[in-house]
Each structure stands twice: as C-alpha cells, then as structure tokens.
Write a protein that binds this ligand. Structure first.
Ligand code: NAD
Length: 283
C-alpha cells in the first residue's frame, strides 16, 4: 500500500519557513517583497489560481498587486503594462496567469518579462538557466515543488529510472531536466509515444503531467514506485481528479501524491520562494 505524500503539509511547513525568511528580508531591506499578478479575462480555473496566489502572498508577508484585465485587452496594452512593471523597482516578481485569451500572443508577453522578475520561470532565459544548471535562474514552480515532494520520501534519486509523461515547457520538460540533474535516468513520454505502459511500468519515479483524467492505472505502475500526479481535471461527476487513477495505483505505489492536496499546494509555495529569491536579487 502506497504512502501518501502530503503536499499540503509539506507546503505549509515550507511556507512557515518562508514567512520567517521574508520577515527577515523585510526587516533588513526595509520593505516587503512585491509580486504583480496579471490576469486577462475571467477563466474560472485561473480566477481560483490567482485568488490562491494572492492569499499565499498575504500568508507569507509578500505584498501583491493584482491586475485583473478585461477579456478584450489588447496585446499592446498588456505589453506596455509588463514594460512598466519591469521598470518599477518596487516590483520583484511578475506573473502573467496563463492561458491568455487566444487573441493574445503569450510567448511574446512571457519573453518580455524581465528574467530577473520572471517568478514562473517560463522565459527563454530562465529555461536556458535550468538547462545549463545555473542556480541563479528562476525555475518553474511546479517542477521545483515536485522535486521537494520526491525528496520528502527520503528515497535516493541517483540512478533511479524516472519516467515523465508530458512534455510541456511549463512542467514536463523542466521536471525532466531537474530529475536529470538529480542523476536519474530520464525517459520522456508524450502524446505520440507508442505503448505508454511499457515505459511507465519501468519507472522507479513516475511523474504524470498530461491533463487526462485517470490516464495512468494500476497495471501501468511498477510495484513500489514513487508516483507524482500533476494533473488537475474534473471526473464525470465534476469532482477534482488527477491524471492517475488513485484507487488502482495506490495499492501498488510506494508513494503517491493525491489530487487535490499534492502538487498544487507545492506549486504555490515555490512561487513564494521564487518571489523571495527575485526580491533578494533586487536590492
Ligand atoms: P499541456 O497540455 O501543455 O501538455 C500536456 C502534455 O501531455 C503534452 O506534452 C502531450 O504530449 C502529453 N500527452 C497528451 N496526451 C497524452 C497521452 N495520451 N499519453 C501521453 N502523453 C500525452 O499540459 P501541462 O501544462 O503540462 O499540464 C498538464 C496537467 O497538469 C494539466 O491537467 C494541468 O492542469 C496540470 N497542472 C497542474 C499544476 C499544479 O500545480 N498542480 C501546474 C501545471 C499544470
């Protein structure tokens, strides 16, 4: 029977440590770190994510500024706002909540964010830093959180076979790079992978970031594996569920993250950690 990796508890402990570090920063520097969050339109999931991020700021002592813009916002307006926030010395971190409405060019907006303020770690410069293992960069929050969750098990990562399902720039690719840096042997699977189960069954560490309810079932998992479920989906009854079929995988896994209460809370905690890191570089 797999042990549950309690992401909520681990994130709470991390936020407690961050609150102290942020208080120390604020005392010594004479101001709190500040995060600017931009959201365009009223996507219901994004609205909840932004609300949770603002709440996390309040909980750890980060000042936040939320820009809730109309769906019809033009590219030029958004670019101008990002430029203004880049210039503003009082702003340490800038986050543009994705996805943006389809008429906007997300890539261009993300590229425009000053890499030193890119607390989501999505920019070319920060992805390049990750590739080159340059610790000065700001790395993507979800993969950073996943590494902490895996390390919380106490299992040695070096030499383990890690299989990542999904190859997005936000999760799949960066987590694969981080696992490589922890000396795992890494396989990346994606939508064109043939016979997915033949790969997932060989994983000591399995990270699933696809966005398909219960894609990974018990018969696809190796006995004792660490299973990290990144997916956030709704099942047929509208209940929140992951990419992993928890009921059938739990008995086989060594460790498993639940949805909700696994990767999600860690992502937000790592955003706070990145904001502090960015603030320390902006004094
Ligand atoms: P994405 O849509 O950008 O990428 C999905 C990936 O899955 C693609 O690389 C695709 O090749 C792969 N894929 C699709 N179908 C597949 C299949 N049948 N077999 C194997 N691979 C397949 O998604 P993303 O941004 O990486 O997010 C993935 C999921 O994680 C979503 O549910 C998202 O909501 C969730 N997410 C959660 C958090 C969190 O904090 N918990 C953060 C980011 C994303």
């Amino acid at each position: 029977m797999g042990k549950i990796i309690d992401g909520k508890a681990i994130a709470t402990a991390l936020q407690d440590r961050l609150r102290e570090q942020i208080a120390y920063f604020s005392m010594t520097v004479g101001r709190k770190p500040k995060l600017a969050v931009i959201m365009v339109g009223e996507d219901p999931a994004s609205t909840i994510y932004v609300r949770n991020k603002i709440r996390a700021c309040e909980a750890v002592g980060v000042n936040s500024e939320a820009y809730r813009l109309a769906e019809s916002t033009e590219q030029s307006y958004l670019e101008e706002l990002v430029r203004k926030l880049n210039e503003d010395r009082s702003v340490d971190g800038i986050l543009v909540q994705l996805p943006l409405p389809s008429h906007l060019n997300s890539k261009k907006i993300i590229t425009l964010i000053d890499p030193k303020k890119d607390v989501d770690g999505f920019s070319e410069v920060n992805l390049g830093s990750l590739l080159l293992d340059d610790k000065k960069g700001l790395y993507s929050c979800t993969p950073l959180g996943i590494i902490q969750l895996i390390r919380s098990t106490g299992v040695e990562l070096a030499g383990k076979h890690a299989v990542v399902v999904g190859r997005s720039n936000e999760v799949g690719k960066p987590i694969a790079l981080m696992l490589l840096q922890h000396n795992c042997t890494v396989t990346i699977c994606h939508s064109k992978t043939m016979d997915l189960a033949s790969y997932t069954r060989t994983a000591d560490i399995l990270v699933v970031a696809v966005g398909k309810s219960k894609l990974v079932t018990g018969d696809m998992v190796k006995e004792g594996a660490i299973v990290i479920d990144v997916g956030i989906n709704r099942d047929a009854e509208g209940k929140l569920c992951g990419d992993v079929d928890f009921a059938s995988v739990m008995p086989k896994a060594g460790y498993i993250t639940p949805v909700p209460g696994g990767v999600g809370p860690m992502t937000i905690a790592m955003l706070m950690a990145n904001t502090l890191k960015a603030a320390k570089g902006n004094v």
